[in-house]
Write a new protein. Structure first.
Length: 319
């Protein structure tokens, strides 16, 4: 009863004051201070929920459901794990890429050096060749004069090639003996030295160009001990061809030349070879060679024709 009277008086007094505040609007601290609430009781404050707002129209907004912290944390964790996985994958890719780049570079460097070496070997080459021939020498004047004893000769050659250009040198030396062919019954001995220097241009399997010929002939009448010497220089057109299939190779060619004292000079040959070694193109070949020159002695009415023909066996190598 006393409490009722006290509270009613207090209410009248507060309403009379200008700074009166209702109980509902008092803070929790004030309620505890005025003993309106027990300190032991927990004051439950309502959770403030955050809302996202979406702009619908100008100056008008609509509330959206509250954001759950748990879902956000899970998404963050998942995103973090995915990010770590992506970083690990990137690092692995970087390592793998570095190794691949090193291997690729090393392989390409080796390939480039090999290709350069191969290309340099193809651009420049030296080809020595040695031919053994059992040549027969015939002289044609008013009649055919055949040699008594056929001579075997060695014909050395060497060719230096750079890309499509070739310089080649060849030496032919032949000694022949003719029995009782000179008037009066004298024997005749001849020595021929024939040097050729070629320049050839190579196109596919064809080589063509010019050659400088240095031809010298020594006559010796054995019974009369009379000798004479003649020498001629002349150019010749050259055409040479080469075909190969695996280990087989065929070479054939033709040349033609002349000058004031030489009516004509021609040569043709054919060689069939087998490649013994592929690395340096060591080739063993066999064939046939025929070289003819018609010579007009100065102040002589008779033209003499010399023919050198016979089988050949050759060995050559390209380095």
């Amino acid at each position: 009863m006393k409490k009722t009277i006290v509270f009613s008086c207090l209410a009248v007094f507060l309403f009379a004051q200008d700074d009166y505040v209702p109980l509902s609007e008092l803070s929790n601290a004030k309620k505890i201070e005025y003993n309106f609430v027990d300190k032991k009781k927990k004051i439950e404050t309502p959770k403030v929920q955050e809302y996202k707002t979406i702009k619908i129209e100008e100056n008008k907004y609509e509330a959206v459901s509250p954001i759950e912290e748990v879902e956000i944390k899970e998404d963050i964790i998942e995103n973090n794990t995915n990010f770590e996985k992506i970083e690990n994958i990137k690092e692995e890719k970087k390592i793998v890429n570095k190794e691949l780049v090193k291997e690729y570079k090393s392989e390409n460097i080796l390939q480039d050096t090999k290709e350069k070496k191969l290309s340099s070997n193809k651009d420049f080459s030296i080809t020595p060749k040695l031919s053994y021939s059992y040549l027969k020498t015939d002289i044609y004047a008013t009649d055919r004069i055949s040699v008594v004893d056929e001579k075997s000769v060695l014909i050395p050659e060497i060719a230096v090639s750079f890309k499509n250009h070739t310089l080649k040198a060849e030496v032919l030396e032949v000694e022949s003996y003719f029995n009782q062919v000179i008037l009066g019954g004298s024997d005749l001995e001849t020595t021929v030295k024939w040097y050729k220097l070629y320049y050839l241009y190579n196109y596919n399997n064809i080589s063509f160009g010019l050659a400088y010929n240095d031809f010298s002939l020594n006559w010796n009448a054995v019974n009369y001990n009379i000798s004479s010497k003649d020498k001629e220089e002349f150019p010749s057109l050259e055409l040479h061809m080469k075909n190969s299939d695996k280990n087989l190779q065929a070479e054939y060619g033709f040349s033609y030349g002349k000058n004031n004292n030489i009516t004509y000079s021609y040569e043709y040959y054919l060689n069939l070879g087998y490649k013994i070694l592929k690395d340096n193109d060591l080739i063993l070949s066999a064939g046939y060679k025929n070289r003819v020159i018609e010579y007009n002695f100065p102040n002589k009415e008779v033209d003499y024709e010399y023919q050198f023909k016979g089988p050949t066996i050759s060995i050559s190598g390209t380095f």
